[in-house]
Structures are given as structure tokens and as C-alpha cells.
Design a binder for this molecule. Sequence first.
Ligand code: PEP
Ligand code: MG
Length: 590
Amino acid sequence: MDDAAATSERRINALAVSHGIGIGRLVFFKEGSSPLSRVETGSPETEVERLRLAAESCKAQLNHLIAAGLSNPQPHVIDIFDLQLLILDQSSLLSKIEAHIRETGVDAESALKTVAGELVGRQSKVADQHLREKHIDIADVCNRLEASLQGSQPAADNIYAGAIVAACELRPSAMLELKKCDPAGIITERGGWTSHTSILARELMIPMVSGIGANSGTFSEGVEVIVDGKSGLVIFDPSQSTIKDYAAITVSNDTDADEPTTVSTSETLDGHRIAIRANVDIPEDYDLARRFGAEGIGLFRSESLIAHPGQIPSEGEQISAYRQIAEVAGDDGVRIRTFDIGIDHLRGNPTRTEVNPSLGLRSIRLSLHEQTHFRTQIRAILRASLNNKIDILLPMVSGVAELAGAIQMIDEERNWLAGHDVPFGTPRIGAMIEVPSGVMTSREITRKVDFMALGTNDLVQYLLAIDRDNESVAEWYQTLHPAVLRSIREVIDAGKDAGKPVLICGEMAGSPFYVPVLIGLGANELSMNINSISQIRRLISGMTLEKAVQLIAEIEGSETSEEIEGILRAFYTRHWAHLFPNGLLDAKHR
Ligand code: PEP
Ligand code: MG
């Protein structure tokens, strides 16, 4: 009997979504009580004192932002932060929060939430547009206060450090908070390969397996767990020898780290140039991407600036964030995608109000519907693009009408800035093609934009009517479905015929199994997770365009993704086995 069988070790196979091995004790993720959030309420005096300290800290931050703006004159930014200082100094905001703490005995955060909700709600209903827009500044000040309050509390024990964190599902913002705690791995009951949380786990290099169902709930916190983010295996209560085996793999993987490169361009053996860009949300991460050979940021998901639903950053905050990401990207530039969120995320509704948010008021539709937010974001991008290489990317464009509506608003904001002597730059405008109608009208769409970006994560979801976040239908989420490949070819051809670039920026672009297909279909611009860059560059430099085209000819006429997958595997094994190391060809790739 082997050692594993002699112990209570239990193995569960689920969906591998982020590579790496994690070994640690099981801890359940506590929604809303991350180690960064407050647990105990102090006396009213303590809470009022915390509020005062937080307000002082906010004022110092705003003064700092104003001083930074003065050395780089942006009159409007200074106005915004001056106004926010005034709100803190002279409005009744602080006294109202203080009164609420004293009356109800709640903590400063709860009092802030109640008072902010009332003020922002009242202000957003005012008839005058400019006064109405002030509710965004009040909300912004409140966000800043909340962040300062969080910073003013004593640090709680970091229960997630080195642990395997189990959750039903995780919001991307919770994931970013978790990262600060440095967990060893993550397991979730729900979530697909292209869920934003899975994408983030890969970006943050946290081993993760999703779709384990309710299994983790049958174990107690503290039990040892191994997460194999490559095979999708989760081992609860592993034997000592299993732990030893996996620890050895961890060490050998550590020494096999990706090497930085001095060559920034990528080309196939037969001299075909492929631009490799990075999907980056955190400016500090781009340095590594560049060292791996990225040529700019192909996708900045601007909704990553929304730390909590409903807390939309003000124009000034956005300008700073966009400048920061553009500065790190340098001459290769950054494509800033406007908020790709739904109405509940925008308003901060705690419970879902839409039955089917994926098909609801979201992305570009939401921008056309809730114009104030969109216009604020556009002004911020236009202004940040002064002396910076920034492009605007509009998400989920389904046809020319909504695109024209968005472009008209961009023009209007440009005129407004010009009329008020506020300097701004000249970003190019791109449309994300990720729904079937966008594919079918891509020839019309491409005439109206400077470039297109193909979002394959959503394209597969909407083309095949498969929820990308639902692991129970993961089997039907087929990236190699003939309809998907035909759509990709259609969009690439539309771009080529119009002389407009097409950037592929879904997860498909960072997967070695799919990249030869994309290149064979004519793609020459790919944007991917930082951790995929080295591997994809190695693959590209070892293959030829000629063979990739031959590969496409071989799959022509195939009827199912299964059939295509088989042809690809055989082709790779025959021609490029050396480019697919470490059992890459063994895994399933639909
Ligand atoms: C996509 O849909 O492919 C994409 C890149 O956008 P997101 O994953 O943010 O929806
Ligand atoms: Mg998308």
C-alpha cells in the first residue's frame, strides 16, 4: 500500500486556472472581513478621534496632490482637489459623521457610509448638472476618508499569509486585497478559466484551482492542502511523502524562472513580426513585462480603479492613475479600456438588481446611459494623454450606432476642454469586438475607429452562450469552436482590408496552444498576462508563419472543437514538440 492510500489524503480534480504549486493550511475567505477591514468598534470618543485623524490624513494627501499638480500645471486638477479640500474643511460632512457616531454608537466607517449615502444620494438628484456632478467629488472624498480610516486601525493578524484560501467565489477587488496577504494558493467553488478572478490570479502569480464545488466545506480550517494550479488537482490532508514530492516540484520550478530579455521585438523563424503587449492593471507590474519583452500595454482594465462597487474615482484621481500607467508604458503606449462594468457595480448596489447582468446595462451601453461617469472618464483620459501615448478602448461594441454615440460624446468633451483652455492630447479610439454582432459588423465598425481589439474571453461566452464564470459549463466553453475561429478570422480580415490594426487581448492570446492558430489566422498583435510573455515569445521565435498557415489549412472544414484540438495536438507533436515542454500538450484545450 502506498503512503497516500495509508493516510486520509483526499484528492479532487477541478479546473486549473493559475499555474504553480501552493502548499498551506486551509483558511476560508471571510467576505467583508478581510484582514484589512476593521473588526471592533471603539467608544464614540475613540471613533471620533479616528475620524479626525483620517480627515487630517486626507487633507495632507490632497495638499500633496495639489502640490504635485502645481509642478505639472493642470489647472482643472488643482480645482478638483481644492474643491475636495473645501468639502472636508467647510462642508458639514465631518460634523454629520461625528454626530452620527455619538447618536448611534456605531464605528466611524459605518457612520461615514450612512452619511455619505444620504449626501451623495441627495446631491445626485439636484437639477443643475454642474452641482449634480459635485456628488462625484463628495463620493470621492468619502472614499478617501474610508481608505484613511482603514489605514488608521491597528493591523489585524494576517490569517491568509501562506494559507490556501478557500472561497465560494472571489471578486477581483477581494483578490487584490488577498494578494497583499500573500496566500500560498486559492481554491474556489465557482469560476471559469476566463473569469476576471482567474485572470488576476495568473497576473498575480497565485496558484489557483476553481470549480471544486462544495468540497472544501467538508474539511475543517487548518487542514493541510496542496493546490496544483497546473493539473487542477487539490489534495486535502496530504501524506508527508506527497508534501515532500510537491515541495520538490516547487523548488525545481523556482529555478526555472523566466529570463528577462534584451530583445524587445518578437518574430517567427521566417521573419514575421508579432507585437507582444501586456495586459496590465498595476503600473508597477509593467517594469517586469517590459523586461520580458512587452511592447506597451495592450489592455488596461480601468475598472480596476474601482476598489469597491460604487466608488468611482473622480476626474482628478483618474487623471493621476492614467498618467501613471502611461508613463510606465512610455512610447509603446497604453490602451485604456473605459469602464467595463454593469449598473450595479457603478451604483454600488449591494444586491443584484438585474436578473442577467452579462446581458444587461453594462460596458458601452452603460456609458451611453450614465453619461456623467463616461464623460468624466473621457475628460480624464483626454487630459492624461497630453504628452502621453494613450488610446481609448471602448468595450463590448455591438454595432455602429452605439459606437457613433460614444465617439460623439468624446468629441463633445474634447470641445468642452478646448473651450475652457484645458490642455489635452489626441488618443486614438479603438473598439473591442467581443459579441457576435460586433464580429458581423466589424467591417463597418473598423471604418469608424483607429483600431480594433478582439476580446476572445467574452467572444467565446457570447458566441456560444456559455457563462465564462460558471465552471459547471466549462466543458462547453470551447475556444476552438469553428464559430469562434471563423469569427476571429473575420475580424482580422476586416481590420486588414481597412488597414487598421487588430489586437487580440483575451486569454487565448497568452496560451501557447492557441497562439499558432491566431498567427495562422493572420494575427500580428497579441496582448497577454505578464506571466505568459516569455513562453509565448519563445514559441513565436521557434515557429514559422508558413507552418501556422498550413495548420489553419489542416483544420479547415473541421466540424467540432474536439476535432480541431486533435489536429492541433498532432501537428504540434509532429513539427514543434520541442516548443511545448512540460506536458503542455497533454492538457485539455478546447
Ligand atoms: C475579453 O473579453 O477577452 C477581454 C479581454 O476583456 P475581459 O476579460 O476584461 O472581459
Ligand atoms: Mg471582455
